[in-house]
Design a protein around this ligand. Structure first.
Ligand SMILES: Cc1ncc(COP(=O)(O)O)c(C=O)c1O
Length: 416
């Protein structure tokens, strides 16, 4: 199993020595994903394909419960948030004992916010208007606790100018909750520059790596992130209910989340009355009983990513998205995706009229993508997708536009 490389930009260009050999290995993993036999699955930025071994993992969970009853807690369930955290943490170079699992990013952001004091003059939360909205809702709600929100505007609706971001940071900044890769356009933010400036002014950085982990190589240690989080639904192919939170140990030991519970207590089974006595390890950032089945289900996806190697995944992703964008342009369509692969995550967008209806017409042809406001279709090959599948998708889009096959879906909204 390969370790995630310490970088957050594009790898060497496609065609570099060894690239095609690595691809062959990656495509060999197609057999692990049953849905690929019938479906052109290019919606990996939203819901990654299910590894076939998830059946075994969920059976393992159920069998343990069925046969061992209450003893299951001591035989894997109790430690599942930290053990699963250690496994997913290897994908982004988090040391063992620094990652815990929660249900989703929103809960994680809420938990981190609950550990902060919003006292002027250092009470500012700085984020960009292109963050995932759920993240904004959590931080906006902190206004009632004294937070001052600074929203960095995008100049083009696609990217966030790094200089604009840096200019928004100063000694009043408490925390910067930002996306590594933006969910709509797949713009890859310059985390390094933002972390450096944030630390110069004494602010914390919480990176939402949902759209990068498992697709874009990065190291939380090299980037010197204070905290990083994400979920497993997308590129990690881990399914819902398995969000991860990395926190630097030196910071963690100072955090006292108000959103807490007995799993975060230093002696949970002492059932002490009164105030929390926070644990002195990663469990400090837990709360109540974990979503155990989700954590069992998530592991197969992580193991496959580790087997594939994020560096290999990225090399293939850059080559495939570059090739797809060239074909999109040649077909006379436009894309708002960043042209520079070093600043692009794993998705590419294609502007089409009637996006939701086009998505539905594609789904009728068993080709799965989605669409989002302002950018159009989002198309995302993962390590198990072939060039032919991308060609099939674009050919179908062109046919649907030419024949107006989208018309019969025009009244329907998008369901995903
Ligand atoms: C960047 C990013 N953050 C967060 C989320 C979702 O947040 P949550 O885990 O709270 O559902 C998504 C997409 O669903 C996303 O793309």
């Amino acid at each position: 199993m390969s370790k995630a490389p310490a970088r957050d930009a594009a790898p060497s260009p496609p065609g570099a020595p060894g690239a095609s050999g690595d691809w062959k290995d990656l495509l060999a993993l197609r057999a692990e994903f049953p849905i690929l036999q019938k479906t052109t699955y290019l919606v990996n930025h939203s819901l990654g394909a299910m590894p076939r071994k998830v059946h075994d993992r969920l059976r393992e969970f159920a069998t343990l419960w069925e046969t061992r009853g209450i003893r299951a807690w001591a035989e894997g369930w109790w430690t599942s948030p930290t053990e699963t955290g250690d496994l997913v943490g290897r994908i982004f170079d988090a040391p063992p004992g620094t990652v815990v699992m929660h249900q989703n990013v929103s809960v994680i952001m809420g938990l981190v916010a609950s550990a902060l004091e919003f006292k002027a003059p250092r009470n500012r939360v700085v984020y960009s208007e292109l963050n995932f909205p759920s993240v904004m809702y959590v931080w906006e709600a902190q206004r009632r606790r004294g937070a001052e929100i600074v929203m960095v505007k995008s100049r083009d609706g696609v990217t966030v100018d790094t200089q604009d971001f840096l200019a928004a940071l100063d000694e009043r900044t408490l925390i910067v909750p930002l996306s590594h890769v933006l969910f709509q356009s797949s713009y890859l933010q310059d985390l390094q520059a933002i972390v450096r400036r944030a630390h110069e002014v004494g602010a914390l950085v919480l990176a939402d790596c949902y759209q990068s982990a498992g697709c874009v190589p990065f190291s939380v240690q090299q980037l010197d992130l204070d905290m990083a989080c994400g979920g497993s639904v997308k590129w990690l192919c881990g399914g819902p209910g398995a969000g991860y939170l990395y926190c630097k140990p030196a910071l963690r030991d100072r955090l006292e989340p108000a959103l807490t519970g007995w799993m975060a207590h230093e002696h949970p089974f002492a059932f002490e009355k009164g105030p929390q006595k926070y644990a002195h390890d990663a469990t400090r950032l837990l709360h109540g009983s974990p979503a155990v089945p989700a954590l069992y289900a998530a592991r197969s996806g992580y193991e496959l990513i580790l087997q594939a190697g994020v560096d290999n995944i990225r090399r293939k992703s850059v080559a495939q998205t570059q090739r797809f964008l060239q074909r999109v342009a040649a077909a006379g369509l436009t894309s708002k995706s960043p042209k520079d692969p070093a600043r692009r995550g794993g998705s590419v967008t294609v502007e089409v009229p009637q996006g939701a209806a086009v998505v539905a017409a594609l789904a009728e042809r068993d080709i799965l993508v989605d669409c989002r406001p302002d950018v159009g279709l989002r198309v995302s090959p993962h390590y198990y997708n072939t060039d032919e599948e991308l060609d099939r998708c674009l050919d179908a889009v062109l046919e649907i536009l030419r024949t107006k096959a989208w018309e019969k879906f025009a009244q329907k909204g998008t369901a995903y």
